[in-house]
Design a protein around this ligand. Structure first.
Ligand code: ADP
Length: 574
């Protein structure tokens, strides 16, 4: 998941990166186009101004200094930024220099002193100059001293059109400190006479605009480039030489490619070089991809951590459940083993008790019989005290016999094989009542059903309960035992044996079904504490339930449940 998340984040960051790159590229291209258009428009303005001046000068029949001053008056640095001066330049052969000087002195340039170079034949002298930068005009310098202006003058004259020179150090700056010197160039417009008509087409010289490259176009470029780009306009005739430079003062954005454009100056091609600064594309946009990468990675890592925490805690929980299940299974296994052993031991003990009880029976019968014989034969001879001893001996033997009977019944209730059959409970209860012969009106049976069970054992159950009902009636009160029934779950019925006896305290009603347990209050009644244990076992073996409640109006109400008989099977008489 972390891998997929990182992959997705990287892809998103890459696509954002490429989108932001192409946006940056488009932005710098647009910027380059705007700068180029601005330069083209400016150049057109310079060219138009120069052409106007040249035309005006050509229209003069006889150019005087005053007229020149008037013609070039509109030419200001504000109108043509970077231009340092406008001059009328005329050619002169070496032999003509003094004539030319005299001519222009006559026409207003009174102080003109021409300084021809000695190493050339054709000289080019500025005979009238208007400085635009406020400096004192310098006339008389021979422009032939530098090749670049000569090249522009020649081209302009031969092509009869405006020409721009290659860039060169300005002649007039030669004596300035090196730091203040600027690379410069000139723009020259040939002047052909248009007046008088007789002289029309006659070449008169050039109107030359001299520029300092550093200032040229600074305003125009600066306005459009601002802080978003550095611009360099270079003359590419040979080695690139800067014509104009705009430094935004802002750090360059190295990631964006440099834009190059060709700019057409009059009869020259310059190269425009535009470098984007960090202001061109806002840093926030540029770093969108990095931000996306960081945010995406962080989210991915968080999600991965969360998922792994959930998975590990789930695994841990599952492991704990497994451990607990294993422990429970082991526990249940151990319990089953212990229960089996206990059950086995209990069965052994019951069987053992049965055997012991059985073996005790005959010696006890002997003891009883001998005590009986002794009592008969010594009836007259025994003292009253010894007769009392003999009576107690017979009573103890009788009690022991009861105990042995109960023990045997208890053992039997657990071990004897069940032989289920249909039992008519009504008949069975009547029979028990008759057998007990407690007098009329003691045991009542009411519409008892036919049930299915082991006849001998069920009889033992009823006999025990009816017997207890009679036995636990306080002396002086006539016993009254009612056996009734009511339907239970489908196919089952509940048999109730209710008496008017001493009752069983509520908290002991469960315990009395345990072997050898007797309830408080029954001390005066003879018993072994095994009867109800036998009842419990027998009912349990028939899959029924057993219990005791208080009998409303006094006494106890013992009950047990039995499966109803399937009437197709015939009932056997008890
Ligand atoms: P016992 O031989 O003592 O009667 P049982 O197992 O039959 O042994 O009864 C257990 C005890 O339950 C009795 O000792 C007696 O305290 C109490 N009990 C049983 N039946 C009744 C009853 N019908 N009325 C009152 N108490 C009874």
């Amino acid at each position: 998941m972390a891998l997929l998340g990182c992959l997705g984040t990287i892809l998103a960051a890459l696509s954002l990166h490429s989108v932001s790159r192409s946006r940056s590229e488009r932005a710098v291209e647009t910027k380059a186009q705007i700068v180029q258009q601005a330069i083209d428009a400016e150049l057109d303005r310079y060219r138009a101004s120069l052409a106007d001046v040249a035309a005006a000068v050509g229209a003069q029949t006889q150019l005087e200094a005053g007229e020149f001053a008037a013609i070039v008056a509109p030419v200001t640095q504000r109108r043509l930024p970077g231009a340092v001066g406008v001059s009328l330049v005329v050619p002169a052969a070496t032999g003509d220099v003094s004539r030319v000087q005299a001519y222009w002195r006559r026409h207003g340039s009174t102080d003109l002193a021409l300084h021809p170079r000695s190493d050339v034949d054709t000289h080019y002298f500025a005979v009238m100059t208007r400085r635009l930068d406020g400096a004192t005009p310098r006339t008389g310098i021979d422009a032939a001293a530098a090749a670049p202006p000569v090249q522009a003058l020649t081209t302009a004259r031969t092509s009869r059109d405006i020409a721009v020179s290659p860039t060169y150090p300005l002649l007039g700056d030669a004596d300035l400190p090196a730091g203040e010197r600027q690379l410069s160039f000139i723009m020259a417009a040939p002047v052909f006479a248009t007046s008088p008509p007789s002289a029309a087409g006659q070449f008169r010289g050039w109107i030359v605009l001299a520029f300092r490259g550093g200032d040229f176009l600074r305003t125009a470029i600066g306005q459009v480039a601002g802080k978003q780009a550095n611009v360099e306009l270079s003359d590419t005739g040979g080695e690139p030489v800067p014509v104009a430079v705009w430094d935004s003062g802002v750090r360059l954005d190295g990631a964006i490619a440099v834009q190059r454009r060709a700019v057409t100056a009059p009869q020259r091609t310059w190269e425009l070089r535009i470098e984007a600064t960090e202001d061109l594309v806002p840093a926030t946009e540029e770093r969108l991809d990095e931000a996306a990468l960081v945010v995406g990675t962080v989210i991915t890592l968080l999600l991965a951590a969360l998922t792994s925490a959930i998975v590990t805690s789930r695994d841990r929980a599952l492991r704990k459940v497994d451990q607990a299940t294993r422990a429970l299974r082991d526990d249940i296994g151990r319990r089953e083993i212990v229960e089996r052993k206990l059950r086995q031991r209990e069965e052994e003990l019951v069987a053992f008790a049965g055997v012991v009880a059985h073996d005790l029976r005959s010696p006890l019968a002997n003891v009883s019989a001998l005590a009986e014989v002794l009592a008969e034969e010594t009836e007259d001879t025994l003292s009253a005290e010894h007769r009392q001893f003999l009576d107690r001996l017979r009573l103890s033997a009788a009690r022991m016999s009861d105990l042995i009977d109960d023990l045997l019944a208890y053992a039997k209730a657990d071990n004897v094989a069940l032989r289920p059959e249909v039992i008519d409970l009504d008949a069975m209860v009547r029979d028990i009542a008759a057998e007990r012969a407690t007098g009329s009106g003691t045991v009542f049976a009411q519409d008892l059903p036919r049930v299915r069970g082991d006849r001998t054992l069920i009889r033992q159950v009823l006999d025990n309960l009816i017997g207890n009902g009679i036995k636990y009636t306080p002396p002086g009160r006539i016993p009254e035992v009612r056996v009734t029934s009511c339907p239970q779950n489908p196919g089952w019925c509940r048999i109730d044996v209710a008496d008017r006896g001493i009752g069983v305290p509520e908290q002991q009603r469960r315990d009395i079904f345990e072997a050898f347990t007797r309830a408080s209050g029954s001390e005066g009644f003879q018993g072994t504490g095994l009867g109800l244990a036998i009842v419990g076992r027998i009912v349990e073996r028939h899959s029924g339930a057993v219990g005791v409640d208080a009998n409303p109006g006094g006494g106890s109400r013992f009950w047990f449940t039995m499966p109803m008989a399937d009437d197709r099977a015939p009932a056997r008489a008890p």
